[in-house]
Design a protein around this ligand. Sequence first.
Ligand code: GUN
Length: 290
Amino acid sequence: MDGALLAQKVRTEVAADVAALRQRGVVPGLTVVLVGDDPASAVYVGGKEKASREAGMAGETIRLPATTSQAELLALVERLNADDSVHGILVQMPLPKQIDPDTVINHILPQKDVDGFHPVNVGKLLIGHTDGFVPCTPAGIQRLLGEYAVRTTGAECVVIGRSTIVGKPMAALMIQSGPLADATVTLCHSRTRDLAAHTRRADILIVAAGRTRLVTAEMVKPGAVVIDVGMNRIDDPTSRTGTRLVGDVDFDGVRRVASLITPVPRGVGPMTIAMLLRNTVRAAQRSVGA
Ligand code: GUN
């Protein structure tokens, strides 16, 4: 499944929505906040800023030192909450240890929380209200399933990983009633007994555990759809940089068994950014009642 190609299509759709908003004098604005100098986060944040600019949005990144206090970050969030030109606020995770992520997320106005991490948005997703924001990675995966006409209704969907960013909202999304959902969901995690017994039953297997080669061919049912959310950097002396990005799935083995599989890179990652743009345009549209 080509996530990069679909992401390009979504970004074109978003750009058209941005142009329509600009006609009405509204420029969708996304502000990304990066605290500290985690190299992976810096790469992700750079990609988000570039994509929002390319879609015609006002994209700003605020970089703060790793020594920033929680009070300083909360003051910045409050300033962005009050700024009408900012429709979406994203604070990149993880945060330095002196800052409590939940406290920060709770401070972001739910209507500007384009990550979908605020308890109001988490609650709306679980209830099935569609006027909140769905976290970008699960939303991108659902869109990929739709694009490739994967039948989710009644399907056995097994999710590995219980993070608040991916696993839990992914499960919440797939249990809803409606198109691209209506699945029977099993949520597995690090304490699951006999993981393979669960994965072998999956029609749709979504892996977001952060462990290289966690899923191998013998754990996958023939014909299953496999979504790999892993982003693991491993040593690779043959590459120019000495490292390489791999997922949680043994791609070369599993691709022989699965009917569809997402690669890493160019799978889920580009979709996450595309859905962030989608959520930001929604935030801007809602701010003017569009
Ligand atoms: N860190 C890893 N993924 C994400 C994401 O989707 N949003 C934010 N804010 N931080 C992240």
